[in-house]
Design a protein around this ligand. Structure first.
Ligand SMILES: [Mg+2]
Length: 208
């Protein structure tokens, strides 16, 4: 997809994502401080607003960079900073991209995940957003087109989210719960899953 379609798809996806804010708040409340619902709502709305004012000539990398900046500035939480850093890293993978296809999406998600792993000092299995990001990146990388890519990414992230229930939280406030975190679903990984599902919804809305 080219820039104008990309802008519209991001905006519709994030409007969908805000509908999951209460679920994310509740999951985060069980494991941490419950601010994830607010982080997602403020961040998503700030990105939607910023993209209302972006030039239609903007490249995909510039669009992603604007999204990163808006998400970071909307809310001072650790999660917002990590996601914004991930979006910025993703935008760098789009330096030569004019048409965002499934391979470009895979490169973006992988770059974002690697950045979050590095800056958040986290690895797979720590029960964080990374646990859903990396399987989604793998699924996108193996897909033949965008439609199957997003479906495969959702399936991979969904499985990863279910698997977080059996893991102990190793990062952030959730790690304070130690073994008591086992059995609870990770809110960050769930947020990634809900974003992917929202992206699929936004694409369906664009076609229908
Ligand atoms: Mg929190």
């Amino acid at each position: 997809m080219h820039s104008t379609t990309l802008i519209g798809t991001i905006q519709r996806s994030l409007a969908e994502l805000v509908g999951y804010a209460d679920e994310l708040r509740d999951l985060d409340q069980a494991l941490g401080d419950g601010d994830l619902g607010i982080t997602v709502t403020l961040g998503a709305n700030a990105v939607i607003e910023a993209l209302n004012h972006i030039s239609p000539e903007a490249t995909p990398a510039e669009i992603a960079r604007a999204a990163a900046k808006a998400f970071a500035n909307a809310n001072p939480s650790t999660m917002a900073a990590l996601v914004a850093g991930g979006l910025l890293a993703g935008s760098k993978s789009w330096a030569d991209v004019e048409d965002v296809d499934v391979a470009a999406a895979a490169a973006f998600v992988r770059a974002a995940g690697e950045n979050i792993a590095q800056r958040g000092k986290t690895q797979l299995g720590d029960k964080t957003i990374l646990d859903a990001i990396m399987p989604a990146a793998d699924a996108l990388a193996g897909a033949r087109d965008g439609e199957t890519g997003i479906a495969d990414a959702i399936a991979a992230a969904e499985q990863a989210v279910v698997e977080t229930r059996g893991l102990q939280s190793r990062r952030g406030r959730a790690s304070w719960l130690q073994e008591r975190s086992i059995g609870l679903q990770d809110p960050g990984a769930t947020a990634m899953l809900r974003f992917l599902q929202s992206w699929q919804q936004a694409g369906v809305a664009a076609v229908g």
